[in-house]
Design a protein around this ligand. Structure first.
Ligand code: PEP
Ligand code: MG
Length: 591
């Protein structure tokens, strides 16, 4: 294997998730650069710290099993059995109990408690006479390092205080890390885990930072401080790029800058096909500050405001007033265009340490989004009151995520009605006719769209989840990323069915999943009848350009052909052919 430390070029292939090229020093989020952060906690923080600890233990156990498997394959069973001792530490009840008890006694964060407890264990072991037991001290320390890394991997406090521009290379980044990092100093991301629709990827696009995920073991192969190049379009991480490579990318970046400046001229133009068919092209945002990018890139409002990031970026639940302020600022900024505020979608791969949610084996199928909100109605009603109060700006709409049956819509609307009654009684103004929509992101909702439609004003297809649930492919698991296929005939049919059913009931349908930003697929979605496409702000100009180069008749033909096709590759080939014909210069931006 080439030694990158010796400045030899090393090319690592992953999944390109945010277009563009960045060159800079690697800032490694790896064990050796993790500092142990110790701080006080309150009594009410303890359950959250226990949950983090449990999560870290699960991850640690999985990693040890994985290493054991690899060692077994490479060096045989005997060597692999060394790791049984590591597993024994993770599974040791007295260790787990001591950490849990330590949290209450010491009122320190779990990293600090784990460190103390494991040091105590290791200390005792290293002083006994027995050679075998003495060696176990090293195992305890090894496992402790791993647990601490897993804990810190979810709370990279360093990221907020980055001083120099750099490219972050990490095993993974939690949404709460990306939500709080220093945006000015981060010029690229490269992570071992993740896929196109994991929230690190979504956040990278929102930040307009080139990113590659799913790089498997990059974080262990890149030396800290090495010069790295991230090619977010082709999914490459190049360590110690050669002069030749840098020249090539320099030219490419120049060309891309040129195309982008041409695209910038589209800011005030509408998303209209050559033959006069109009599509609403709006943007997805995570934080109120993203609304500047919505305007800058010429989007017609916000098609999806992922409000959970308000909950992820602070250290407390956002109050009603704070939320009113956040929603109003977006509405004012983007008026007269609509802003669709999606209610809290926690769970899946988005967790908040100050909201105590149980650890689940299968979080994407578990207690997330509307399920969580209907069970925690105080949190939900606070948000609904805030959205209603902000709806004095008449461009605000409301949307519920993860609807799987009509009862959830009815129950959510009941809570909404309660919130309205309260506000009326308090004399606080709001839009009585606020439009309420639902996300169609579970196959049951798509198939039963006729049952749901009478109760809502619009549908928005959340294809990130729709693909995951329809094809049974975990959207953040890079091992099965090759199966994650938005152009699968089953998905195309579900989309068509939802749109047609909506139309029959007089309601419009948008697409706010990442599929809407896939430049190859945009004409197809229009051909299937999507009324609105909502994409990350950075993708708006390119999507607009495709639409403006397209004839609606071509889109309809493509839609027809796709519905007759037998495989994703067949459908994608037709999509590519059309884009090659109408806007070949944009193929370089297809991620
Ligand atoms: C989706 O699932 O497509 C979606 C837009 O929601 P999120 O990515 O936040 O789950
Ligand atoms: Mg979703």
């Amino acid at each position: 294997m080439p030694d990158p430390a010796a400045h030899e070029e090393l090319v690592l292939k992953g999944i390109g998730v945010s277009p563009g090229v960045a060159v800079g020093e690697a800032y490694l989020i790896a064990p050796e650069v993790l500092r142990l952060v110790e701080h006080d906690i309150r009594e009410q923080d303890i359950p959250g710290e226990i949950a983090r600890f449990e999560q870290a233990l699960i991850a640690t156990r999985q990693q040890i099993h994985e290493i054991q498997k690899q060692v077994n394959k490479a060096l045989g069973e005997r060597k692999a059995s060394i790791f049984d001792a590591h597993l024994m530490v993770v599974d040791d009840h007295s260790f787990v109990e001591k950490v849990v008890a330590g949290l209450s006694e010491q009122k320190k964060n779990v990293e600090a408690v784990v460190y103390r407890v494991t040091e105590e264990f290791a200390d005792v072991l290293s002083r006994v006479q027995d050679d075998y037991l003495r060696e176990r001290a090293a195992d305890v320390r090894d496992v402790a390092r791993r647990i601490l890394r897993n804990l810190s991997g979810h709370k990279l406090s360093d990221l907020a205080g980055l001083q120099e521009s750099c490219i972050i290379v990490a095993s993974d980044l939690a949404p709460s890390d990306t939500a709080t990092l220093n945006r000015d100093k981060t010029i690229g991301f490269a992570t071992d885990l993740g896929s196109h629709t994991s929230h690190t990827a979504i956040m990278a696009r929102a930040l307009e930072i080139p990113a590659v995920v799913g790089l498997h073991d990059a974080s262990t192969r890149v030396p800290a401080g090495a010069v790295v190049l991230v090619d977010g379009t082709r999914g490459l991480l190049i360590v110690n790029p050669t002069a030749q490579r840098l020249t090539y990318y320099g030219k490419l970046a120049q060309e891309q800058r040129h195309i982008r400046s041409e695209l910038a001229a589209l800011q005030g133009e509408s998303a209209e096909t050559l033959d006069g068919y109009r599509v609403i092209l709006s943007a997805n945002i995570e934080l109120p500050s993203d609304s500047d990018a919505v305007i800058r890139h010429g989007a017609a409002g916000v098609g999806l405001f992922r409000t959970e990031f308000l909950y992820l970026s602070g250290d407390h639940l956002p109050t009603e007033d704070e939320q009113v302020e956040a929603y109003s600022s977006v509405a004012t900024r983007t008026a007269p265009h609509p802003v669709i505020i999606r209610t809290l979608d926690l769970g899946g791969d988005k967790f908040v340490s100050h909201i105590n949610t149980p650890l689940e084996v299968n979080p994407f199928m578990g207690w997330r989004a509307i399920r969580f909100c209907l069970a925690q109605q105080d949190i939900f009603k606070t948000q609904l009151r805030a959205v209603l109060r902000a709806s004095r700006h008449e461009n605000i709409r409301l949307m519920y995520p993860m609807i799987s049956n009509v009862d959830e819509v009815l129950q959510a609307n009941e809570v909404l009605e309660k919130a309205k009654q309260e506000l009326r009684a308090e004399g606080k103004p709001f839009n009585e006719n606020i439009e309420v929509g639902i996300m169609i992101e579970i196959p049951s909702a798509a198939l039963a769209a006729d049952i749901l439609a009478p109760h809502v004003d619009f549908f928005s297809l959340g294809t990130n989840d729709l693909v995951q649930y329809t094809l049974a492919v975990d959207r953040v698991n890079e091992r099965v990323a090759y199966l994650y296929e938005p152009a699968h005939p089953a998905i195309i049919r579900l989309i068509k069915h939802t749109i047609d059913t909506g139309r029959e009931h007089g309601i419009w349908t948008g697409v706010c999943g990442e599929m809407a930003a896939n430049l190859l697929i945009v004409p197809l979605l229009i051909g299937l009848g999507a009324d609105e496409l909502s994409v990350s702000p950075v993708m708006v100009p390119m999507v607009k350009r495709i639409i403006r180069c397209l004839k609606y008749s071509q889109a309809l033909e493509l839609g027809e052909a796709a519905l007759q096709s037998r495989s994703a590759s067949e459908i994608l080939a037709q999509c590519r052919k059309l884009v090659e014909q109408i806007a070949p210069e944009l193929l370089d931006f297809v991620v």
